[in-house]
Design a protein around this ligand. Structure first.
Ligand code: GLU
Length: 524
């Protein structure tokens, strides 16, 4: 950090409000202080190498404006200012490197190395319990990453589609938890590793499946999802959760032939389901009342047959890493508590009979599926998905496991790794220092610059919207003063901020409306 930058940061933090016209100074700093000669390419380069890809919905308007409205390579500050309008919060984060992996380019180089080293390793064989899986191209290998800030990286066959198989178990568990409370869900399913194979016909001493990530438990949690609704409504509900989790990037599809052959070769899953049904008569536990067994099994097979690629699934994993909020859309899909429970289960039972070993050696919550995917969630950091169809003897992707081993040796991503490690790289920034003050400063800025999308994210994050600055002004004062109608509406109607707070001149936010009728109506 040089002097110039330190001064700018100090202005921001010391005064802690937005009256300082930092926006211009801030960006000019990064575009080398010449307001008539801003290099378009340079800006795009910083954004892309930081991991904010072309299809990132948060920057689509910005990119569009930059591309279509400004033809020349160099632009002046007025043009630039027009382009960044409504995007200031995210762009500031990018330029300021206030992102979870600040040196994203360097980080990706290391991932690329690991990818290259594991690509040449040969071992395992493609699952063949149904012909449709056997037909997968065994040479495919792809890695995708999505951080909690939505920084993304893809290498290899990341557009190749595969069926998610057992990876659906985690999400179905999450959906059941959201719909019911955890106590209710765990009336029907335990939360201990089973110590037995994932498709074993076995229940715990209480007659429950051991956990939601083995077949018995997954069939059980599937039975709990919207059980009063029709089969098609339940299927749509689950698909919509997947679509929300992936933020509309790529396609969440369905592989009907995988479903049909899964269903036709499902003797063991039928046996498990009937075994659990039988406990209804002998014990108090079993399926919930009025469960339609065949429909539940079909729904479970359909979930296993959901199809996507690693690019899309990495966003799902990134959403879980981000406590249930999609990093690209800002939408909350799961409550933090739900995600915590899902990840705990993944850490204990997500990798078949290798779960204990994986937790010990790699220490990252993960879920594996027989098609060859491994979904890793590094809490508060990133989601990573590996795909390669050849499986080891336990049923995990051979290359995927090799990748995880090297990843664990390179970075301090094991949940019990020390941040002070001398032997492993810590690619994170300690962004949560001064977290509260940063978030409040961001809120004022977002309100000044009409960045409604970011205001929504801050609201989801639980930031206090009734804060006051040095002049006792609230974010609402600022939004009204700047005549941002939609934003004011959001603050009043959704956030329900306190509209009566007076600044140090005795003015309420309404007093700032300056006879603007649209604003005044919002205060009725
Ligand atoms: N559809 C598979 C089954 O229920 C899931 C296998 C898996 O990915 O573990 O047997």
């Amino acid at each position: 950090m040089d002097d110039k930058w330190t001064k700018i940061t100090h202005c921001l933090l010391e005064k802690n409000h937005i009256r300082i016209p930092i926006q211009k100074r801030f960006f000019l700093y990064f575009v080398e202080d010449d307001e008539t000669n801003i290099q378009k390419e340079k800006i795009i380069d910083v954004i892309t190498s930081s991991g904010f890809l072309k299809d990132d919905p948060r920057l689509s308007v910005f990119r569009q404006r930059l591309k279509t409205l400004v033809k020349s390579k160099q632009i002046n500050y007025e043009e630039f200012s027009y382009c960044i309008d409504n995007h200031i919060s995210i762009l500031k984060k990018i330029f300021q490197k206030d992102i979870i992996i600040p040196d994203f380019k360097g980080f990706c180089e290391k991932i690329k190395d690991i990818y290259e080293q594991t690509k040449i390793k040969e071992g395992g064989s493609v699952a063949d319990y149904i012909p449709q899986l056997k037909q997968q191209d065994p040479t495919k290998y792809g890695i995708s990453i999505c951080t909690i800030d939505g920084q993304r990286f893809n290498i290899g066959d990341t557009k190749y589609k595969y069926s998610i198989q057992s990876c659906c178990k985690t999400i179905n568990y999450g959906i059941a938890l959201e719909e019911h409370n955890p106590e209710y869900v765990h009336t029907f399913v335990g939360r201990e590793p089973s110590g037995q194979s994932f498709n074993e016909i076995t229940l715990n001493k209480e007659g429950k499946p051991h956990n939601p990530l083995i077949n018995a438990g997954a069939i059980m949690t599937t039975s709990l999802i919207q059980k009063e609704k029709t089969h098609s409504e339940r299927y749509d509900h689950i698909m919509n959760v997947w679509k929300d989790l992936s933020g509309g990037i790529g396609e969440v599809g369905f592989n009907n032939s995988v479903f049909l052959s899964e269903k036709n070769t499902a003797d063991r899953n039928f046996a498990i389901a009937y075994f659990m049904k039988e406990t209804n008569s002998t014990k108090t536990i079993g399926f919930p009342e009025n469960t339609n067994l065949h429909q539940t099994l079909d729904l479970y097979f359909q979930c296993c047959s959901i199809e996507l690629n690693t690019e899309t699934m990495a966003i799902v994993a990134g959403t879980l890493a981000n406590g249930g909020i999609n990093p690209l859309t800002g939408k909350r899909i799961f409550q933090e508590e739900t995600v915590k429970q899902m990840l705990s289960m993944m850490l204990m039972c997500g990798m078949y009979d290798y779960s204990g070993e994986f937790a010990f050696k790699i220490g990252i919550p993960a879920k594996s599926g027989v098609a060859g995917a491994i979904m890793l969630v590094i809490p508060n950091v990133m989601g990573i998905v590996t795909f390669s169809p050849r499986l080891d003897e336990i049923g995990n992707s051979y290359k995927g496991i090799e990748f995880c081993k090297l990843l664990g040796q390179t970075f301090n991503f094991h949940i019990f790794d020390s941040f002070q490690s001398e032997t492993k790289i810590n690619p994170l920034v300690s962004r949560y220092q001064n977290n509260t003050i940063n978030k409040q400063t961001e809120l004022y800025e977002a309100c000044k610059h009409n960045d409604l999308e970011y205001v929504k994210i801050l609201f989801q994050r639980g930031v206090d919207f009734n804060v006051t600055d040095y002049d006792k002004r609230t974010p609402l004062h600022v939004a009204v003063c700047e005549t941002h109608i939609e934003l004011v509406k959001y603050l009043l109607q959704v956030v329900k901020v306190n509209k009566h707070i007076q600044d140090r001149w005795g003015h309420t936010p309404k007093d700032e409306a300056n006879n603007n009728q649209k604003l005044l109506e919002l205060f009725q």
